[in-house]
Ligand binder design. Structure first.
Ligand SMILES: CCN(CC)CCN(C[C@]12C[C@](c3ccc(C(F)(F)F)cc3)(C1)C2)C(=O)Cn1c(SCc2ccc(F)cc2)nc(=O)c2c1C=CC2
Length: 402
């Protein structure tokens, strides 16, 4: 039962025409630098291996802290449950695309990190997008890291743990973990500060991609086999969208407000709490809200409604039978019972749910980035025209005061 059971679990492979490559980028040795995972169309290749879904065990430690469960016990459970999963992409495979690729910047949710939305990011890349999944350093990630130069005494003592990079560069990994709300601390100031930093990190990632696209040599402090010069002139920098899940959905809206290069946004089960009301009239781009059935509540929906506009396209759909965790990869990685118990799965088949979300997203991106692909075949999904979709929301809204 063990191995039969485990081999039917896994992140669904992308459905688009292109094979998908995956690599990591870290700009410098500071927590202020840009750090993202890149998904892109690649050459079919046998020899490239698929990267680990969770790149190092510290992420599981961070996840345990985030979930307020004991580290040592949970680290072993996570490793046993999730340690062997691979991403449906080829590590450092050579970039290949006919024509320039539209670009998506993706922002993860509270307590997540850059690798946990690979079913969404790889799917977009298989349809010809270049996707940068940012790892935020605002202390909302379960864990993240950067490098610092070792001190002379550390170099001498050789006590700093040996990681791949540190051996070569006398560098020490510095881990930054999730910052929980302190007892009695009010949440809005923290989340509002974080959403602003997160938007800046999305814009910085876009700036790095722009530089890479121009052919200017760009430093990547991570030792990867990927040749970044092959991305010269690969991106269509008039066709850029920003997207995110939950806290990442709010980040996408904040980023739209700050950066006009983002032509539209897709917010997956957006958590609107961190946003200032005063930014809503300043967002001028189209936004697509794709909601789960279980996460939303009237207060959150009413804030999305504040973005409704007669002139700018703002769409909303709800996927029947989904929960908040139907968007991150965990929803594919456990059996039904555990999944439903831990609220990682809803009633709907997880692959059907993410397929509806991805196709609706592609149709919306074609419409507002002016793509000449065949994603308009999925236009009805944008209006919730499917048995598994609800146009707008299922949340009963208090009648707004006349
Ligand atoms: C008690 C902790 N308390 C913290 C404030 C609430 C914790 N929580 C519910 C959780 C995440 C949960 C989770 C993960 C992962 C496993 C695993 F077992 F599969 F690993 C299990 C169970 C625990 C479901 C959420 O925060 C929900 N949420 C999320 S979840 C994003 C995420 C995080 C970690 C992941 F691995 C994957 C996805 N992103 C947001 O932006 C927002 C919210 C709420 C408001 C804004």
């Amino acid at each position: 039962m063990g191995n039969r059971c485990s081999n039917h679990l896994g992140i669904p492979p992308p459905k688009g025409p292109s094979a998908v490559g995956c690599t990591d980028f870290m700009m410098d040795h500071t927590a202020q630098g840009s750090f993202f995972r890149l998904y892109y169309p690649c050459q079919e290749t046998e020899k490239a291996e698929k990267p680990d879904w969770v790149p190092s065990r510290e992420y599981f430690n961070g996840l345990a802290d985030f979930m307020k469960i004991n580290r040592s016990l949970s680290e072993r459970i996570f490793n046993h449950l999730f340690g062997s999963f691979k991403i449906p992409a080829y590590l450092d495979a050579p970039f290949k695309s006919n024509g320039k690729c539209p670009v998506v910047i993706f922002s993860h949710g509270l307590g997540a990190f850059r690798t946990l939305y690979s079913a969404i990011c790889a799917e977009l890349a298989s349809h010809g997008f270049i996707v940068a999944s940012v790892e935020h350093r605002d202390q909302s990630s379960s864990a993240t890291y950067y490098f610092r130069e070792k001190s002379d005494s550390e170099k001498a003592s050789k006590k700093v743990p040996k990681t791949r990079a540190s051996v070569q560069d006398n560098l020490a990994q510095v881990w930054m973990y999730y910052r929980a709300l302190q007892h009695g601390e009010s949440e809005f100031p923290l989340r509002n500060k974080q959403v602003k930093q997160r938007a800046d990190e999305c814009i910085l990632a876009l700036d790095k991609l722009t530089k890479i696209n121009s052919g200017t040599p760009v430093q990547n402090v991570l030792r990867t086999q990927f040749d970044w010069t092959t991305l010269e002139n690969s991106m269509d920098l008039c066709r850029i969208a920003v997207m995110g899940h939950s806290f990442g959905g709010a980040t996408a809206i904040e980023a739209l407000c700050k950066e006009v290069r983002f032509k539209c946004g897709v917010a997956l089960d957006a958590w609107m709490f961190p946003l200032d009301d005063e930014i809503f009239p300043r967002v001028k781009q189209p936004i697509f809200f794709i909601n789960s059935e279980k996460f939303q509540w009237a207060g959150n929906i009413s804030r999305m409604r504040k973005l409704d506009s007669a002139v700018i396209q703002r769409k909303m759909i709800t996927i029947r039978g989904t929960v908040h965790q139907s968007f991150p990869d965990f929803t594919f990685l456990t059996g039904n019972w555990i999944g439903k118990l831990m609220k990682l799965k809803g009633e709907i088949n997880p692959e059907l749910a993410i397929d509806l979300s991805n196709k609706a997203t592609l149709a919306f991106l074609q419409r507002h980035l002016g793509l000449e692909k065949n994603f308009n075949q999925w236009d009805p999904l944008i209006d919730g025209e499917d048995d598994n979709l609800i146009p707008g929301t299922n949340v009963i809204m208090l009648q707004s005061a006349i």
